[in-house]
Design a protein around this ligand. Structure first.
Ligand SMILES: NC(=O)c1ccc[n+]([C@@H]2O[C@H](COP(=O)([O-])OP(=O)(O)OC[C@H]3O[C@@H](n4cnc5c(N)ncnc54)[C@H](OP(=O)(O)O)[C@@H]3O)[C@@H](O)[C@H]2O)c1
Length: 254
């Protein structure tokens, strides 16, 4: 039995990493997908891979900072598949990093825009579409950084991602009565392009892995399976959560 049979989902940040793995998993569980990110070629090859495996997905390339793009993703889901049940708002950036006293206002603002304002814009259009069919599941990708772990040099990233937890709680309270569940997933280190950009030496990767009880980084598919739980009817009583999927980073002191 497929766990997302007859469900329609939007996934942003689907051109690589966690979003791509989640798109492949959701499609294999029967969901019809609208996949988004800026890189058209990567989205096209994802759609092709899903089609080859017998699934259905359409790509819509764009920038999650753009309100019209948030609206267009929802319109595409409704036009192509007739409904919207799940939205995985996962696109994100590390943004401008470094000594916080040197971070530019433009860098700070852009990081908040890409990671936090985009999530608000997504939900703004996704939730009314879900309400038309009795509810749905909205999921944001936050992180352990700024929640249970602090690193120097990532103030904008941490602030934007912990802001997502407040957004999750507010939307969960506001739209719970109409059947819309809203949750955040908080990954620890996940071996993706972003992880390799931040940890570009063997030494820094070993350091990061050592922060986790499991002493390793996750594979993108391990996050995808946690997101599947939040998206599926296995989680019908789960809303307003900040769900750590962090390999035990939050409880590790050695
Ligand atoms: N990897 C980790 O250790 C880790 C840990 C905790 C949380 N996370 C979070 O997980 C999410 C996915 O990241 P990842 O690790 O899978 O890294 P990734 O492979 O670099 O994926 C980032 C995704 O976001 C998309 N994106 C970035 N800016 C965008 C924009 N302005 N408009 C549209 N799409 C945009 C990228 O697509 P395009 O470049 O094609 O636009 C890409 O698909 C992020 O929100 C990240 O903060 C990652």
């Amino acid at each position: 039995m497929q766990r997302l049979q007859s469900k329609v989902a939007i996934i942003t940040g689907a051109s690589s990493g966690i979003g791509r793995a989640t798109a492949l998993l959701f499609a294999s569980e029967g969901a019809q997908l609208v996949v988004g990110a800026r890189r058209q070629a990567e989205l096209d090859s994802l759609v092709q891979e899903i089609a080859t495996a017998g699934g259905r997905a359409v790509a819509l390339a764009g920038d999650v900072r753009d309100e019209a793009y948030a609206q267009a993703l929802v319109a595409t889901a409704l036009e192509q598949f007739g409904r919207l049940d799940i939205a995985f708002n996962n696109a994100g950036t590390l943004g401008e990093m470094g000594d916080s006293s040197q971070v530019s206002l433009a860098g700070w603002t852009d990081t908040l825009h890409t990671n936090l304002t985009s999530a608000f814009l997504g939900a703004k259009y996704q939730i009314p579409a879900m309400q038309k069919t009795g509810g749905g599941s909205v999921i944001f990708t936050s992180t352990f950084v700024g929640h249970s772990f602090a690193f120097p040099g990532v103030a904008a990233y941490a602030a934007s991602k912990s802001g997502l937890i407040g957004l999750t709680q507010a939307l969960a309270a506001e739209y719970g009565p109409s059947g819309v569940r809203v949750n955040a997933v908080l990954p620890g280190a996940v071996d993706t392009e972003m992880y390799r950009e931040m940890n570009n030496t063997e030494e820094s990767q070993a350091y990061i892995k050592g922060l986790h009880a499991l002493k390793r980084a996750a594979l993108p598919d391990e996050l995808a399976r946690s997101v599947l739980y939040l998206a599926s009817d296995d989680a019908t009583f789960t809303t307003g959560t900040a769900m750590l999927v962090d390999g035990g980073a939050s409880i590790t002191r050695s």
